[in-house]
Ligand binder design. Structure first.
Ligand code: TXA
Ligand code: MG
Length: 356
Protein backbone atom coordinates (compact mmCIF):
# COMPACT_ATOMS: atom_id res chain seq x y z
CA UNK A 1 0.00 0.00 0.00
CA UNK A 2 1.36 3.45 -0.86
CA UNK A 3 1.94 5.99 1.93
CA UNK A 4 -0.90 8.11 0.49
CA UNK A 5 -3.50 5.38 0.89
CA UNK A 6 -2.69 4.96 4.58
CA UNK A 7 -5.28 6.76 6.66
CA UNK A 8 -4.09 6.11 10.20
CA UNK A 9 -1.38 4.72 12.46
CA UNK A 10 -2.08 1.13 13.47
CA UNK A 11 -1.46 0.20 17.10
CA UNK A 12 -0.37 -3.47 17.17
CA UNK A 13 -0.84 -4.80 20.66
CA UNK A 14 0.33 -8.26 21.75
CA UNK A 15 -2.06 -9.29 24.50
CA UNK A 16 0.10 -12.24 25.61
CA UNK A 17 3.09 -10.02 26.32
CA UNK A 18 1.54 -7.45 28.66
CA UNK A 19 0.43 -7.24 32.29
CA UNK A 20 -3.19 -7.65 33.33
CA UNK A 21 -3.32 -3.93 34.06
CA UNK A 22 -2.04 -3.09 30.58
CA UNK A 23 -4.50 -5.60 29.09
CA UNK A 24 -7.47 -3.96 30.84
CA UNK A 25 -6.29 -0.57 29.60
CA UNK A 26 -5.94 -1.93 26.03
CA UNK A 27 -9.50 -3.30 26.22
CA UNK A 28 -10.75 0.12 27.38
CA UNK A 29 -8.90 1.84 24.52
CA UNK A 30 -10.29 -0.65 22.00
CA UNK A 31 -13.81 -0.28 23.42
CA UNK A 32 -13.67 3.48 23.17
CA UNK A 33 -12.54 3.25 19.53
CA UNK A 34 -15.47 0.92 18.84
CA UNK A 35 -17.95 3.22 20.61
CA UNK A 36 -16.64 6.06 18.41
CA UNK A 37 -17.47 4.06 15.28
CA UNK A 38 -13.86 2.96 14.67
CA UNK A 39 -12.55 -0.53 13.87
CA UNK A 40 -10.50 -2.95 15.96
CA UNK A 41 -9.15 -6.33 14.79
CA UNK A 42 -9.35 -9.09 17.38
CA UNK A 43 -8.67 -12.83 17.66
CA UNK A 44 -11.36 -15.49 17.71
CA UNK A 45 -10.93 -19.26 17.93
CA UNK A 46 -11.50 -19.59 14.14
CA UNK A 47 -9.68 -16.66 12.47
CA UNK A 48 -9.04 -12.99 13.32
CA UNK A 49 -12.05 -10.66 12.90
CA UNK A 50 -12.22 -6.99 11.92
CA UNK A 51 -14.72 -5.56 14.40
CA UNK A 52 -16.98 -2.54 14.27
CA UNK A 53 -20.29 -1.60 15.98
CA UNK A 54 -22.87 -3.86 14.29
CA UNK A 55 -25.64 -1.32 14.94
CA UNK A 56 -23.82 1.52 13.18
CA UNK A 57 -24.15 1.67 9.38
CA UNK A 58 -21.09 3.93 9.12
CA UNK A 59 -18.91 1.46 11.01
CA UNK A 60 -20.05 -1.25 8.58
CA UNK A 61 -19.10 1.00 5.66
CA UNK A 62 -15.63 1.45 7.21
CA UNK A 63 -15.24 -2.33 7.46
CA UNK A 64 -16.00 -2.78 3.76
CA UNK A 65 -13.61 -0.03 2.83
CA UNK A 66 -10.72 -1.25 5.04
CA UNK A 67 -11.05 -4.78 3.65
CA UNK A 68 -11.65 -3.65 0.07
CA UNK A 69 -14.74 -5.88 0.19
CA UNK A 70 -17.94 -5.48 -1.86
CA UNK A 71 -20.66 -4.03 0.38
CA UNK A 72 -23.28 -6.62 -0.61
CA UNK A 73 -21.32 -9.30 1.25
CA UNK A 74 -22.96 -9.49 4.71
CA UNK A 75 -21.05 -9.44 8.01
CA UNK A 76 -21.25 -11.81 10.98
CA UNK A 77 -22.32 -10.19 14.26
CA UNK A 78 -20.38 -11.31 17.34
CA UNK A 79 -21.94 -11.36 20.81
CA UNK A 80 -20.61 -12.35 24.24
CA UNK A 81 -23.77 -13.43 26.09
CA UNK A 82 -27.16 -14.73 25.04
CA UNK A 83 -29.17 -11.63 26.00
CA UNK A 84 -27.35 -9.73 23.25
CA UNK A 85 -29.06 -11.92 20.65
CA UNK A 86 -32.66 -10.85 21.35
CA UNK A 87 -32.45 -7.25 20.07
CA UNK A 88 -30.76 -8.40 16.84
CA UNK A 89 -33.40 -10.83 15.59
CA UNK A 90 -37.16 -10.99 15.04
CA UNK A 91 -37.45 -13.94 17.37
CA UNK A 92 -35.28 -16.73 18.73
CA UNK A 93 -36.57 -20.10 17.55
CA UNK A 94 -36.15 -22.99 19.99
CA UNK A 95 -33.68 -24.76 17.68
CA UNK A 96 -31.46 -21.66 17.88
CA UNK A 97 -31.54 -21.66 21.68
CA UNK A 98 -30.69 -25.35 21.69
CA UNK A 99 -27.77 -24.92 19.27
CA UNK A 100 -26.52 -21.89 21.19
CA UNK A 101 -26.52 -23.81 24.45
CA UNK A 102 -24.74 -26.75 22.83
CA UNK A 103 -22.13 -24.97 20.67
CA UNK A 104 -21.64 -21.41 21.97
CA UNK A 105 -19.21 -19.94 22.70
CA UNK A 106 -17.86 -21.69 19.61
CA UNK A 107 -17.37 -21.83 15.84
CA UNK A 108 -21.05 -21.85 14.82
CA UNK A 109 -22.76 -18.94 13.04
CA UNK A 110 -26.57 -18.93 12.89
CA UNK A 111 -28.64 -16.98 10.38
CA UNK A 112 -32.03 -15.64 11.47
CA UNK A 113 -34.50 -12.98 10.30
CA UNK A 114 -33.11 -9.67 11.54
CA UNK A 115 -34.77 -6.99 13.69
CA UNK A 116 -35.04 -3.33 12.63
CA UNK A 117 -32.13 -2.46 14.92
CA UNK A 118 -29.59 -4.11 12.62
CA UNK A 119 -28.81 -1.80 9.70
CA UNK A 120 -28.95 -3.11 6.14
CA UNK A 121 -25.32 -1.99 5.80
CA UNK A 122 -24.33 -4.74 8.27
CA UNK A 123 -26.34 -7.45 6.50
CA UNK A 124 -25.38 -6.41 2.96
CA UNK A 125 -29.03 -5.51 2.22
CA UNK A 126 -30.44 -8.86 3.44
CA UNK A 127 -33.34 -9.15 5.89
CA UNK A 128 -31.47 -11.85 7.80
CA UNK A 129 -28.52 -11.52 10.17
CA UNK A 130 -25.66 -13.92 10.92
CA UNK A 131 -24.70 -14.18 14.62
CA UNK A 132 -22.14 -16.06 16.65
CA UNK A 133 -20.56 -16.09 20.11
CA UNK A 134 -16.81 -16.66 19.64
CA UNK A 135 -14.84 -18.92 22.00
CA UNK A 136 -11.84 -16.69 22.59
CA UNK A 137 -11.11 -14.88 25.84
CA UNK A 138 -9.96 -11.67 24.14
CA UNK A 139 -12.99 -11.54 21.82
CA UNK A 140 -15.40 -12.08 24.74
CA UNK A 141 -13.56 -9.55 26.95
CA UNK A 142 -13.64 -6.98 24.16
CA UNK A 143 -17.39 -7.37 23.51
CA UNK A 144 -18.09 -7.31 27.27
CA UNK A 145 -16.02 -4.16 27.68
CA UNK A 146 -17.59 -2.17 24.84
CA UNK A 147 -21.07 -3.61 25.44
CA UNK A 148 -21.75 -3.65 21.68
CA UNK A 149 -22.47 -6.46 19.25
CA UNK A 150 -19.51 -6.44 16.87
CA UNK A 151 -19.88 -6.94 13.13
CA UNK A 152 -16.68 -8.71 12.15
CA UNK A 153 -15.68 -10.33 8.90
CA UNK A 154 -12.34 -12.09 8.71
CA UNK A 155 -9.63 -9.42 9.14
CA UNK A 156 -7.89 -9.95 5.79
CA UNK A 157 -7.83 -7.76 2.70
CA UNK A 158 -10.45 -9.10 0.32
CA UNK A 159 -9.06 -11.98 -1.77
CA UNK A 160 -6.39 -12.97 0.80
CA UNK A 161 -6.68 -16.01 3.06
CA UNK A 162 -8.37 -15.37 6.41
CA UNK A 163 -5.77 -14.31 9.00
CA UNK A 164 -4.80 -16.92 11.57
CA UNK A 165 -2.06 -14.85 13.27
CA UNK A 166 -1.81 -11.24 14.39
CA UNK A 167 0.97 -10.55 11.89
CA UNK A 168 -1.32 -11.61 9.01
CA UNK A 169 -3.78 -8.91 10.08
CA UNK A 170 -1.05 -6.32 10.48
CA UNK A 171 0.36 -7.21 7.06
CA UNK A 172 -3.04 -6.76 5.36
CA UNK A 173 -4.57 -3.84 7.28
CA UNK A 174 -1.67 -1.79 8.60
CA UNK A 175 -2.43 1.91 8.03
CA UNK A 176 -6.13 1.21 7.43
CA UNK A 177 -7.36 0.52 10.98
CA UNK A 178 -6.37 2.03 14.33
CA UNK A 179 -5.81 -1.13 16.40
CA UNK A 180 -4.96 -4.84 16.23
CA UNK A 181 -5.32 -7.01 19.34
CA UNK A 182 -2.84 -9.84 18.71
CA UNK A 183 -3.14 -12.98 20.85
CA UNK A 184 -0.89 -15.14 18.66
CA UNK A 185 -1.99 -18.03 16.47
CA UNK A 186 -5.70 -18.91 16.61
CA UNK A 187 -6.84 -22.38 17.59
CA UNK A 188 -8.87 -23.67 14.62
CA UNK A 189 -7.64 -21.75 11.59
CA UNK A 190 -10.76 -22.16 9.38
CA UNK A 191 -13.85 -19.92 9.54
CA UNK A 192 -16.98 -20.90 11.49
CA UNK A 193 -19.69 -23.26 10.25
CA UNK A 194 -22.67 -21.23 8.99
CA UNK A 195 -26.17 -22.67 9.40
CA UNK A 196 -29.13 -20.84 7.88
CA UNK A 197 -32.09 -21.18 10.27
CA UNK A 198 -34.20 -18.62 8.41
CA UNK A 199 -35.63 -21.22 6.01
CA UNK A 200 -38.11 -24.02 6.71
CA UNK A 201 -35.39 -26.59 6.01
CA UNK A 202 -32.16 -25.36 7.66
CA UNK A 203 -29.02 -25.74 5.62
CA UNK A 204 -25.26 -25.45 6.20
CA UNK A 205 -24.01 -22.62 3.98
CA UNK A 206 -20.35 -22.98 4.91
CA UNK A 207 -18.73 -26.09 6.44
CA UNK A 208 -16.48 -25.62 9.46
CA UNK A 209 -15.26 -27.29 12.64
CA UNK A 210 -18.85 -28.05 13.70
CA UNK A 211 -20.01 -30.64 11.19
CA UNK A 212 -23.29 -31.86 9.72
CA UNK A 213 -23.12 -34.87 12.07
CA UNK A 214 -22.64 -32.58 15.08
CA UNK A 215 -25.68 -30.47 14.12
CA UNK A 216 -28.09 -33.10 12.84
CA UNK A 217 -29.25 -34.40 16.29
CA UNK A 218 -30.47 -30.91 17.17
CA UNK A 219 -31.83 -29.95 13.73
CA UNK A 220 -34.01 -32.81 12.47
CA UNK A 221 -34.82 -31.08 9.16
CA UNK A 222 -31.20 -30.19 8.36
CA UNK A 223 -30.57 -30.75 4.66
CA UNK A 224 -27.73 -33.01 3.56
CA UNK A 225 -25.64 -31.87 0.59
CA UNK A 226 -23.31 -34.77 -0.01
CA UNK A 227 -23.25 -37.73 -2.30
CA UNK A 228 -22.38 -40.97 -0.52
CA UNK A 229 -19.08 -40.75 -2.46
CA UNK A 230 -18.15 -37.77 -0.32
CA UNK A 231 -18.32 -35.32 -3.22
CA UNK A 232 -20.07 -32.05 -2.51
CA UNK A 233 -23.13 -31.31 -4.66
CA UNK A 234 -24.55 -27.91 -5.51
CA UNK A 235 -25.92 -26.30 -2.36
CA UNK A 236 -27.15 -22.83 -1.44
CA UNK A 237 -24.19 -20.58 -0.79
CA UNK A 238 -23.54 -17.72 1.58
CA UNK A 239 -23.62 -14.51 -0.48
CA UNK A 240 -19.90 -14.00 0.11
CA UNK A 241 -19.07 -17.31 -1.49
CA UNK A 242 -19.66 -15.95 -4.99
CA UNK A 243 -16.50 -13.87 -4.59
CA UNK A 244 -13.01 -15.28 -5.00
CA UNK A 245 -11.60 -16.18 -1.62
CA UNK A 246 -8.50 -17.62 -0.03
CA UNK A 247 -6.51 -17.69 -3.26
CA UNK A 248 -2.72 -17.40 -3.21
CA UNK A 249 -1.16 -15.34 -6.01
CA UNK A 250 0.38 -18.33 -7.76
CA UNK A 251 -1.63 -21.01 -9.53
CA UNK A 252 -2.73 -23.64 -7.04
CA UNK A 253 -3.44 -27.17 -8.18
CA UNK A 254 -4.95 -29.95 -6.10
CA UNK A 255 -3.10 -33.24 -6.34
CA UNK A 256 -5.09 -36.41 -6.85
CA UNK A 257 -5.33 -38.75 -3.86
CA UNK A 258 -2.74 -41.08 -5.37
CA UNK A 259 0.24 -39.30 -6.86
CA UNK A 260 2.40 -41.19 -9.33
CA UNK A 261 6.15 -40.83 -9.87
CA UNK A 262 5.82 -39.43 -13.43
CA UNK A 263 4.33 -36.34 -11.79
CA UNK A 264 7.57 -35.73 -9.88
CA UNK A 265 9.69 -36.37 -12.98
CA UNK A 266 7.72 -33.66 -14.80
CA UNK A 267 8.33 -31.27 -11.91
CA UNK A 268 12.06 -31.86 -11.52
CA UNK A 269 13.47 -28.71 -13.04
CA UNK A 270 10.64 -26.32 -12.16
CA UNK A 271 11.53 -23.23 -10.18
CA UNK A 272 9.21 -21.27 -7.89
CA UNK A 273 7.10 -24.32 -7.23
CA UNK A 274 5.81 -25.24 -3.77
CA UNK A 275 4.19 -28.44 -2.59
CA UNK A 276 1.94 -28.24 0.47
CA UNK A 277 1.49 -31.65 2.03
CA UNK A 278 1.42 -33.75 5.18
CA UNK A 279 4.71 -34.49 6.94
CA UNK A 280 4.46 -38.18 5.95
CA UNK A 281 4.01 -37.41 2.24
CA UNK A 282 6.83 -34.86 2.29
CA UNK A 283 9.22 -37.35 3.91
CA UNK A 284 8.62 -39.70 0.97
CA UNK A 285 7.99 -37.35 -1.96
CA UNK A 286 10.96 -35.03 -1.42
CA UNK A 287 13.30 -37.92 -2.32
CA UNK A 288 11.87 -37.84 -5.82
CA UNK A 289 11.97 -34.08 -6.27
CA UNK A 290 14.54 -32.14 -4.23
CA UNK A 291 14.22 -28.83 -6.10
CA UNK A 292 10.77 -27.60 -5.13
CA UNK A 293 9.86 -25.83 -1.87
CA UNK A 294 8.12 -28.18 0.56
CA UNK A 295 5.68 -26.77 3.11
CA UNK A 296 4.44 -29.17 5.78
CA UNK A 297 0.83 -28.78 6.96
CA UNK A 298 0.90 -31.39 9.73
CA UNK A 299 0.52 -35.12 10.25
CA UNK A 300 -1.69 -36.91 7.70
CA UNK A 301 -4.30 -38.05 10.24
CA UNK A 302 -4.26 -34.83 12.28
CA UNK A 303 -7.00 -32.81 10.59
CA UNK A 304 -6.84 -30.20 13.36
CA UNK A 305 -3.25 -29.29 12.56
CA UNK A 306 -3.77 -29.48 8.78
CA UNK A 307 -6.64 -26.97 9.17
CA UNK A 308 -4.68 -24.87 11.64
CA UNK A 309 -1.75 -24.46 9.24
CA UNK A 310 -3.46 -24.13 5.84
CA UNK A 311 -3.98 -20.36 5.60
CA UNK A 312 -0.53 -19.56 7.01
CA UNK A 313 1.00 -21.88 4.40
CA UNK A 314 -0.93 -20.14 1.59
CA UNK A 315 0.38 -16.79 2.80
CA UNK A 316 3.93 -18.21 2.89
CA UNK A 317 3.55 -19.13 -0.79
CA UNK A 318 2.78 -15.48 -1.57
CA UNK A 319 5.71 -14.22 0.54
CA UNK A 320 8.04 -16.63 -1.32
CA UNK A 321 6.57 -15.56 -4.71
CA UNK A 322 5.62 -19.11 -5.59
CA UNK A 323 4.24 -19.32 -9.11
CA UNK A 324 2.83 -22.83 -8.94
CA UNK A 325 1.54 -24.48 -5.80
CA UNK A 326 0.52 -28.12 -5.55
CA UNK A 327 -1.49 -29.26 -2.57
CA UNK A 328 -2.29 -32.73 -1.29
CA UNK A 329 -5.93 -33.89 -1.07
CA UNK A 330 -7.09 -35.05 2.35
CA UNK A 331 -9.88 -37.13 3.85
CA UNK A 332 -13.32 -35.46 3.80
CA UNK A 333 -14.28 -36.85 7.23
CA UNK A 334 -15.26 -34.48 10.04
CA UNK A 335 -13.22 -31.29 9.84
CA UNK A 336 -11.83 -32.66 6.53
CA UNK A 337 -14.98 -31.43 4.77
CA UNK A 338 -14.23 -27.82 5.73
CA UNK A 339 -10.52 -28.26 5.00
CA UNK A 340 -11.14 -29.61 1.50
CA UNK A 341 -13.81 -26.94 0.90
CA UNK A 342 -11.18 -24.21 1.52
CA UNK A 343 -8.53 -26.05 -0.51
CA UNK A 344 -10.90 -26.34 -3.49
CA UNK A 345 -11.72 -22.62 -3.30
CA UNK A 346 -8.05 -21.67 -3.27
CA UNK A 347 -7.23 -23.97 -6.19
CA UNK A 348 -7.40 -22.35 -9.60
CA UNK A 349 -7.63 -25.64 -11.45
CA UNK A 350 -8.51 -28.41 -9.06
CA UNK A 351 -9.06 -31.07 -11.72
CA UNK A 352 -6.09 -30.42 -13.98
CA UNK A 353 -4.17 -33.56 -13.16
CA UNK A 354 -6.90 -35.45 -11.37
CA UNK A 355 -7.35 -38.96 -12.76
CA UNK A 356 -10.26 -41.01 -11.43
O1 TXA B 1 -15.19 -17.72 11.83
C1 TXA B 1 -15.78 -16.79 11.30
O2 TXA B 1 -16.95 -16.88 10.92
C2 TXA B 1 -15.01 -15.47 11.11
C3 TXA B 1 -14.72 -14.91 12.50
C4 TXA B 1 -14.09 -13.56 12.46
O3 TXA B 1 -15.89 -14.91 13.27
N1 TXA B 1 -15.74 -14.56 10.33
C5 TXA B 1 -15.89 -14.70 8.99
O4 TXA B 1 -16.58 -13.67 8.39
O5 TXA B 1 -15.45 -15.63 8.35
P1 TXA B 1 -16.59 -13.42 6.82
O6 TXA B 1 -17.26 -12.10 6.66
O7 TXA B 1 -15.24 -13.53 6.28
O8 TXA B 1 -17.53 -14.52 6.27
C6 TXA B 1 -18.90 -14.44 6.57
C7 TXA B 1 -19.70 -15.26 5.63
C8 TXA B 1 -19.76 -14.65 4.23
O9 TXA B 1 -19.62 -15.68 3.26
C9 TXA B 1 -21.14 -14.04 4.19
O10 TXA B 1 -21.68 -14.00 2.90
C10 TXA B 1 -21.94 -14.98 5.11
O11 TXA B 1 -21.04 -15.27 6.13
N2 TXA B 1 -23.12 -14.30 5.68
C11 TXA B 1 -23.14 -13.29 6.57
N3 TXA B 1 -24.39 -12.90 6.83
C12 TXA B 1 -25.21 -13.69 6.09
C13 TXA B 1 -26.62 -13.78 5.91
N4 TXA B 1 -27.45 -12.97 6.53
N5 TXA B 1 -27.10 -14.73 5.06
C14 TXA B 1 -26.25 -15.58 4.43
N6 TXA B 1 -24.90 -15.53 4.58
C15 TXA B 1 -24.38 -14.61 5.37
MG1 MG C 1 -13.73 -13.78 5.01
Amino acid sequence: MSEKEKTCQTRWLKTNEISMKEYRKALEDAASLLRDGELVAFPTETVYGLGGNALDAEAAAKIYSAKGRPSDNPLIVHISYIDMLEPLVEEIPSVCRRLAFEFWPGPLTMILPKSDQVPMATTGGLDTVAVRMPAHGVALDLIDTCGLPLAAPSANRSGKPSPTRGEHVYHDLQGRIPMVLDAGAVEIGLESTIIDLSRPEPVILRPGKITYDDLKPFVPRLKEYHHPSGREIERPKAPGMKYTHYAPEGTMIMLPLHVEDDFFRALESKEKTAILASTEKIARWRRFCPDVTWIALGAEDDLDSLAHNLFHALRQCDLLDMETIYIESFSEDGLGEALMNRIRKASSCPLLIEKQ
